[in-house]
Design a protein around this ligand. Structure first.
Ligand code: HEC
Ligand SMILES: [Cu+2]
Length: 470
């Protein structure tokens, strides 16, 4: 664009049906020539020709990519006129290529040149050749993606990401993991290959100064990258639902185990045998039906080798169920998988899978042990109910006062009174802990639920046990 030294009044006309084109150029033109410019825009061929005739602009800027303005008709009128006028052809598609023609110097060859569509400039030429070779890039990158997917999947599936598989319910879950690991390997490869490939192959070469090609959005691409993830998500949720169904399949005669969690212990009750234990013993190859509940906050039952996991919620109406059929004899651990307070990290108990004979032996042993003296029973109840996670029996400090030397001691309570610890005091301390809180301790830490979960006989046994700890 030649800048006249004395801009009397520049009359500039912009011909394009594209509003963005008009707005953008108008802004540019006004920014460059300022107040002394008047700009008018046209959107069709006839409008353009009329205004060109009636207004006689100094410069007409034509959107070269716009088919709604007939170049042939425009050219005819442009060449026919005799007032000085320039035309500027601007193409956004050909990386913003700009050509300016003067009415008085336009040769027939030049006219032909900008009439023919598409106009081949060095840039568009490069663009076209780039396009045909982009197919080659896609094929090559695609092959790399497949190869890397295979390698990453091989690596992930031979690395032992999961512990041994020890239950029937773990099998469909591991199959799901296999599918997901393939999907993860593919997505990882897709992203990494395209990034690294672009960084290496399309790196700017020395001396390459021009801008990159201009791309508008691509509808096919957007449709593809909407449909594929949508399909993947629907597919995975379908497999997920099937798998969930398989892990919940119920056997007709399962072994019932009631699992109770509290801060910070696990208790396992076998109602068929009247056994309460602090470890979970299971016969191999028999389905166990766990009913799970919590005494205080939310805990989560998780034995990684069994894969399945279930939250334990406080409240009788929120009892949850879990089916586990152990398939591998061995010792595992249940851990709490839900942050539940100070000792959450230590909330683990043994889970032991044994043969049916060993299980029967264990049941007999447990039943025999129940019949010994009250203090021995009390020790069991205390252990099974998790008292020992807060109270030591050897004087060691804990969340609650140690039981060693507790009986017969005189203690000062929060309200300032002093009492001597006797049977009645211990009974109240267990059934209604908040009514007599020891000075220096915190109320509401000890569970308030033992009144319901322990029988009076069991409480008496525990008191007998505490008495022996002198
Ligand atoms: C979550 C921790 C926790 C658990 C589990 C727990 N207690 Fe306590 N216990 C406390 C705390 C803290 C105190 C002191 C505050 C109070 O008296 O409420 C306490 C106080 C007591 C006392 C009174 C001690 C004293 O010096 O006055 C007795 C007895 C007792 N607990 C028995 C039990 C028994 C039996 C169990 C199991 C059935 C049990 N506790 C389970 C935390 C716990
Ligand atoms: Cu927990």
């Amino acid at each position: 664009m030649s800048n006249s030294t004395t801009p009397a009044e520049n009359k500039i006309m912009i011909a394009s049906a594209n509003p963005l084109f008009r707005k953008g150029l108008e802004k540019m033109v006004l920014g460059r020539y300022g107040e002394a410019t008047s700009v008018r825009a046209t959107t069709t061929t006839s409008e353009t020709l009329d205004l060109m005739e009636s207004w006689q602009p100094d410069l007409v800027i034509v959107d070269y990519d716009d088919k709604s303005i007939s170049r042939a008709e425009f050219l005819r009128q442009f060449v026919a006129g005799d007032l000085p006028m320039k035309v500027m052809l601007v193409s956004l598609q050909a990386s913003g290529a700009v050509v300016v023609y003067d009415r008085r110097t336009l040769t027939p060859a030049q006219a032909q040149d900008w009439l023919s569509t598409p106009q081949i400039t060095p840039q568009t030429e490069a663009l076209i050749s780039r396009r045909s070779s982009s197919m080659k890039h896609f094929v090559f990158a695609g092959v790399l993606v497949l190869v890397l997917t295979f390698l990453v999947d091989l690596l992930l599936s031979t690395t032992r990401l999961l512990p041994v598989q020890a239950s029937l319910q773990a099998q469909p879950i591991d199959r799901l993991f296999d599918i997901e690991i393939v999907a993860i390997s593919f997505l990882f490869s897709l992203i990494v290959v395209f990034i690294v490939y672009s960084l290496i192959v399309f790196r700017r070469k020395p001396g390459q100064e021009e801008d990159g090609a201009y791309f508008k959005s691509s509808n096919p691409l957007e449709i593809i990258w909407t449909i594929i993830p949508l399909g993947a998500v629907i597919g995975l949720s379908y497999f997920g639902a099937i798998t969930l169904g398989q892990t919940r399949q119920a056997d007709p005669a399962p072994l019932e185990i009631k699992v109770v969690a509290g801060q910070w212990f696990w208790r396992f009750e076998y109602p068929e045998y009247g056994i309460v234990s602090d470890k979970m013993v299971m016969p191999v190859d028999q389905q166990a039906k766990l009913t799970l509940t919590s005494m205080d906050v939310i805990h989560s039952f998780w034995v990684p080798e069994f894969r399945v996991k279930q939250d334990l919620l406080p409240g009788e109406n929120l009892v949850r169920e879990l089916r586990i059929t152990p398939t591998l004899i061995g010792e595992y651990k249940v851990r709490c998988a839900e942050m539940c307070g100070t000792s959450h990290a230590y909330m683990e108990s043994p889970v032991i899978v044994v043969s049916q004979t060993d299980f029967d032996t264990w049941v007999q042993g447990e039943l025999a042990a129940i019949d010994t003296d009250p203090a021995a029973r009390g020790e069991r109840w205390a252990k099974n109910n998790g008292c020992q996670s807060c109270h030591s029996v050897d004087g060691a400090p804990g969340v609650g006062p140690t039981w060693q030397g507790l009986f017969g001691q005189s203690v000062e309570l929060m309200d300032g009174s002093t009492v001597v610890i006797d049977d009645a005091y211990l009974y109240t301390a267990i059934t209604s802990p908040n009514t007599q809180v020891v000075k220096g301790s915190t109320a509401n830490v000890m569970p308030q639920t033992y009144k319901d979960s322990l029988s009076d006989d069991q409480i008496a046994d525990i008191i007998a046990f505490i008495k022996t700890l002198q």
